[in-house]
Design a protein around this ligand. Structure first.
Ligand code: HSE
Length: 432
């Protein structure tokens, strides 16, 4: 019996998956150890499936038709979104089918329900493409690092944000123009606020943090900030400090909880993560026995993401053919990890205040910082425009709680014309 693959969603990634399955058939069959074929393709619109129907593939616009088809043994969910795909995947698992998905939002939100459902039905969900596109980070954390606790990692995991920050730094491009380019290249989510507000990265970091801690990490409880308030002046200010700005995801396991967060950071230029440019992704893992490792590659795009999906399909087919045991991730449904409050963190900070250029303002800002125990390492004040100036301060190591207390107090000053920009330095896992 040939194993049948049913694909839901033939957009950017889905069309790449079909292309790879059809052009690399011999290699893939050899890798899987058995024949397999596309049994059915489903998309929302007739016009999306029509080209595949013309090529002789069975198609449908009704997901139920695919999910209930006994000739479909592996359901490949590539539609995206939270809840509708969850209902399809639940149904597929309840029907005993294996599932392959690239859907980080669904895994991050519903993994706690879906993984136990898979195990209870003797089947599995594979989700390599959900984090880091072509980078095999799920396999790495699940298999390759089993002899080394991955207690700490930092990652650049949203290609769109990294592309935007890179273009802003290297080309002096504005935020909107860089975002439009990223969208045209197919990196951005359907709703690009997911990219630029850090939500896409949070989905992925929650999945990685769950794999590191073997407890479910809820992305909705993590500290998440995006890149929309970063200006060309911040990019230039970071450069003067020998740094680049990157949207980093961070995971660190502590006795009192998991420190899992997403926010922009100043990364020293000599750190390997500072060299990750454009839409590339990277995960920097500090393993207890391995030491630091960097996994680097294309985190988005049609064929890089499709390659990860197809590798999962091959694994799923091989397991079905060999009738080998499932990879049981039902612990996702068990204890939820406590998220360590960001207030307990400490480090060096970059602070930008937009203030009225009047006598005594700098003194009052410095007094408040001092009173909260924050020591200033350097200060630059830009030329004043229409009476307002940008005051950029670099601090020595301070606690997040002190910084937040100082910024709140400074924010009450009548001379402040915009909320402060607070950027954290990334200093962990690497000594210059
Ligand atoms: N929008 C995502 C990114 C695509 O920019 O990284 C891959 O998940």
């Amino acid at each position: 019996m040939s194993i049948g693959i049913g694909i839901i969603g033939v957009g950017t990634v889905g069309s790449g998956v079909v292309e790879l399955l059809r052009t690399r058939t011999t290699d893939l069959t050899t890798a899987a150890g058995t024949d397999f074929r596309i049994a059915k393709i489903c998309a929302r619109l007739e016009s999306e499936v029509a080209p595949y129907a013309q090529d002789g593939i069975l198609t449908t616009t009704d997901a139920q038709d695919l999910l209930n088809d006994p000739a479909v043994h592996v359901v490949v969910e590539l539609a995206g979104g939270y809840d509708l795909p969850k209902s399809w995947v639940s149904q597929a698992l309840s029907n005993g089918k294996a599932v392959v998905t690239a859907n980080k939002a669904m895994i991050a939100k519903h993994g706690g329900e879906l993984f136990p459902l898979a195990a209870n039905n003797g089947t599995e969900i594979r989700f390599e493409a959900s984090v880091g596109g072509a980078i095999p980070i799920i396999r790495a954390l699940r298999d390759a690092f089993v002899a080394s606790d991955a207690r700490s990692l930092a990652c650049i995991i949203n290609g769109t944000s990294n592309f935007i920050l890179t273009r802003m730094a290297e080309e002096g491009m504005g935020f909107q123009q860089a975002l439009a380019e990223a969208q045209a290249l197919g990196y951005a989510e359907a709703d690009p606020t997911f990219d630029v507000e850090g939500i896409d990265a949070a989905h992925k970091v929650a999945i990685l943090a769950s794999l590191c801690s073997r407890k479910r990490v809820d992305f909705q409880k993590m500290h998440v900030e995006g890149i929309t308030r970063i200006t060309a002046a911040d990019v230039a200010g970071a450069k003067e400090m020998g740094c680049v700005i990157r949207l980093l995801g961070q995971v660190e396991l502590h006795e009192d909880g998991v420190d899992a967060r997403v926010h922009p950071c100043l990364v020293p230029k000599r750190h390997p993560l500072a060299g990750v440019n454009g839409a590339f992704n990277a995960v920097f893992i500090d393993g207890s026995t391995t030491g630091p490792s960097l996994l680097y590659g294309k985190g988005a795009g049609r064929l890089p993401t499709a390659s990860a999906v197809v590798a999962d399909i091959v694994d799923a087919v091989r397991r079905l053919h060999q009738k080998s045991p499932i990879v049981d991730l039902s612990w996702f449904g068990g204890q939820e990890a406590a998220i360590r409050p960001l207030a307990l963190a400490e480090g060096r900070y970059y602070l930008r205040f937009e203030v009225a250029d009047r006598p005594g303002v700098l003194g009052r800002v410095a007094t408040i910082l001092g009173a909260k125990g924050v020591s200033v390492a350097s200060m630059v004040q830009r030329e004043s425009h229409s009476g307002t100036t940008s005051m950029v301060l670099a601090t020595h190591v301070a606690s997040e709680a002190s910084i937040q207390a100082a910024v709140t107090e400074i924010g009450k000053m009548t001379e402040m014309s915009a909320p402060a920009v607070v950027l954290r330095h990334y200093d962990r896992g690497f000594s210059e």
